[in-house]
Design a protein around this ligand. Structure first.
Ligand code: HEC
Ligand code: HEC
Length: 231
């Protein structure tokens, strides 16, 4: 347990092709704009869900490994008292800078200002216990979805070596043509839509459910994209 407490500290800045690698220092800003919560949700599932949970209640699959309890974004009373500016500062500079847990990393080193703002927009949706509707008719390509929502765990070419996997020391099975051919199209679709049940052996519980943020067509697009791996 003690060893695990230090794992998130080894978060590296290797080149997994993640578009956010470029950010060099926490973005300074005086004004926090309310931006797209749907984009925020996609980002949240990639970077925040592991600790804060699919529903935002602080109960993510990695939470039990931590010495501090991840914030519960469904606690409306607590978050009503926090300004967007305070949230931006906390997410950007991290827990230590605010006398809080080291497990909450300074995301300003890996996310852009826009990305942090969209994460805040989604946190506000969770604070208000609302749901957001997926945009229809403006589908992203499979490659775009993979880059924005999957690469942080599955890695650039599906090897399972993305930034979040390395940060949490997760063993993520590589996505290969052989592996995909073992699964029916319907099974693959369901895994992406609903995630993998928490009681399944292995690291499956770290796979988020994308049903609320990706449209049917987008799930089909991203499946076509991962089917090109290893070819
Ligand atoms: C490795 C686990 C982990 C990850 C990943 C993580 N957090 Fe946290 N977060 C925490 C913990 C633990 C706390 C509680 C810190 C404390 O109270 O000492 C926290 C607290 C917070 C808070 C509360 C600040 C307050 O005022 O109390 C916000 C906002 C937050 N996280 C946003 C995010 C966002 C956005 C992401 C993704 C970009 C993220 N977190 C990813 C562990 C994590
Ligand atoms: C927070 C990390 C994380 C993110 C983000 C993530 N996954 Fe996963 N995914 C996992 C883990 C962990 C597994 C289980 C792997 C294993 O069993 O070793 C998994 C399993 C899968 C599987 C089944 C693989 C198999 O061999 O059984 C598919 C397909 C998949 N993910 C696709 C996606 C797609 C598409 C996205 C983006 C829309 C995505 N994942 C985003 C962590 C993630």
């Amino acid at each position: 347990m003690l060893l695990l407490l230090f794992l998130p500290a080894v978060q590296t800045c290797g080149g997994d092709g993640d578009p956010v690698e470029k950010v060099e220092k926490p973005a300074a800003t005086t004004e926090v704009r309310r931006t797209d919560p749907l984009r925020g949700l996609k980002l949240y599932l990639g970077y925040c869900f592991v600790c804060h949970g699919q529903k935002g209640d602080g109960n993510g699959p990695y939470a039990a490994m931590l010495s501090a309890v991840p914030a519960d974004f469904t606690d409306s009373t607590y978050f009503k008292a926090k300004t967007d500016r305070e949230l931006y500062d906390f997410i950007s500079k991290g827990g230590i800078a605010h006398g809080k847990s080291m497990h909450m990393k300074p995301f300003g080193f890996q996310l852009t200002r826009d990305e942090i703002e969209s994460a805040i927009a989604y946190i506000r949706v969770l604070n208000r216990h609302e749901r957001i509707s997926r945009g229809e008719g403006s589908e992203f390509s499979g490659a775009d979805i993979y880059r924005n929502s999957c690469v942080m765990c599955h890695g650039e070419s599906g090897a399972g070596d993305g930034r979040v996997s390395r940060m949490l020391n997760l063993q993520v099975r590589p996505i290969t043509p052989a592996r995909l051919s073992e699964m029916s199209g319907a099974k693959l679709y369901n895994i992406i839509q609903d995630g993998i049940p928490a009681d399944t052996a292995g690291t499956g519980k770290y796979m988020p459910a994308w049903g609320a943020s990706l449209s049917e067509q987008e799930i089909i697009n991203v499946i076509s994209h991962i089917q090109t791996f290893g070819q």
